[in-house]
Design a protein around this ligand. Structure first.
Ligand SMILES: [Zn+2]
Length: 415
């Protein structure tokens, strides 16, 4: 029983039929449908001689014990956003199951190295607004104080939702011991963007995940009557804020990153007053730490200039930041090789979205991700799709990567 990539497509459809409705996938973490999806996954794993366990953070691990305790990790997440697609997270997992089957068959149940598949708990963070819960608990980077205060829209605390599934919040970081023997972590994922589609390539090697600087920028002017205040006498906070909009496009293109003004709120916010206060959010992302800082400095400088021009004040407040996470050089090379051997051409690209792989990499485990083309460049929606032919190519290439990584790890170990 070797690798059967078409089985991955069938199993993805099976999971979709089991856990979706007419609006898409409903595998929201720590809900009955998510639990059902996991039971289904465990059923698939039962056919293999793997040890299945759940760690303190609710991550599910399937271990195919090998000749050595040193482990090659494959990962994904079975949880989805509400009304999600059929591939985000579950492709990674089911490709991983197929690769476990191949290792099991090829090495008669005992590969030279231990191979482990992990289903991270609550990657999406859709319910509590905190992405990468299980993997950040495992990496040790989860902010416990912040997580302790999280509630869903119905006021249910994260801690209570976890307890319902037998997870003791105060112990979630004990899951970190799962990474003790980890030699490498590999994750396959749909691109969720248009880059590979534009290049007409099925697969790409992911260099790392973007660093993020996220700020609220508030301009303060003076409310004044919209009829009796001459145009040249106004201190219009909206005018200064609005100038930021085209400016961030110039900044992004100068540095090669991405910038987004995602929210804008005005006060007093009535038709008959000049805007006294305008608060915008600015989200900036780049794979290079220095360039990310450059984008932030440029935006701050521009905001100061626009404030001066409009005779208004400006202040900045950081909402969130994370450094770029760069994947392992050696694994990048192996990923390129695996893709080239499978479909001729590869493309190196950054990931704009965060993934569990970033947490594992931050924990110091050599990591790489492989992307497969997304149709429409859309995800987190029921129209999320990838050609079945590309799914199969992805399973083949990802399996090659797993074998190459295992061999590389073996050759690096003292005999
Ligand atoms: Zn995902």
């Amino acid at each position: 029983m070797g690798l059967e990539p078409s089985r991955t497509v069938l199993e993805l459809k099976e999971l979709q039929a089991l856990t979706s409705d007419e609006n898409g996938a409903q595998r929201l973490a720590f809900t009955p449908t998510w639990s059902k999806a996991r039971e289904w996954l465990k059923g698939k794993l039962k056919e293999l001689p793997v040890e299945v366990q759940r760690d303190e953070a609710g991550n599910l691990w399937a271990t195919l014990h090998g000749g050595l305790p040193n482990a090659l990790l494959l990962g994904g997440h079975i949880d989805s956003v509400p009304n999600g697609g059929w591939l985000d997270g579950s492709l990674n997992l089911l490709a991983g199951v197929e690769i476990l089957r191949r290792f099991n068959a090829q090495y008669a149940g005992k590969p030279p190295l231990t191979i482990r598949l992990v289903d991270w708990a609550d990657e999406e963070g859709a319910r509590f607004g905190k992405s990468l819960f299980g993997s950040s608990a495992c990496s040790g980077f989860l902010d416990m104080d912040e997580a302790r205060g999280l509630k869903d829209n119905d006021g249910v605390p994260l801690i209570a939702a976890l307890a319902e599934y037998g997870i003791d919040f105060e112990r979630v970081k004990e899951s970190g011991k799962q990474l003790r023997n980890a030699m490498a972590y590999l994750e396959l994922h749909i691109e969720q963007g248009p880059v590979l589609l534009d290049k007409d390539l099925p697969l790409g090697t992911v260099l790392g995940t973007y660093g993020v600087e996220r700020h609220a920028v508030t301009f303060r002017g003076q409310a004044a009557h919209s009829g009796s205040t001459p145009m040249n006498k106004r201190r219009d906070a909206f005018l200064a804020a609005a100038k930021m909009s085209p400016e961030i496009y110039r900044i992004a293109s100068r540095h090669g990153g991405v910038c987004t003004i995602g929210a804008c709120a005005t006060a007093p916010g009535i038709p008959t007053s000049v805007v006294e206060q305008c608060r915008i959010t600015l989200d900036q992302r780049h794979l290079d730490k220095a360039a990310l800082l450059g984008m932030l400095q440029d935006a701050k400088e521009a905001s100061g200039r626009f404030a001066t021009e409009g005779n208004v004040g400006v202040s900045w407040k950081r909402l969130w930041r994370i450094d770029p996470v760069l994947f392992d050089e050696l694994l990048l090379t192996l990923c390129d090789e695996a893709i080239r051997e499978t479909c001729g051409t590869t493309h190196r690209m950054a990931s704009g979205a965060l993934h569990d792989a970033a947490e594992v990499a931050r924990a110091g485990v050599p990591t790489v991700m492989m992307f497969v083309q997304s149709l429409h460049g859309i995800s987190h929606s029921k129209i999320e799709n990838t050609k079945e032919e590309h799914i199969e190519i992805a399973v083949i290439a990802f399996d090659k990567l797993a074998e190459k990584a295992m061999r590389r790890i073996l050759s690096s170990l003292p005999r």
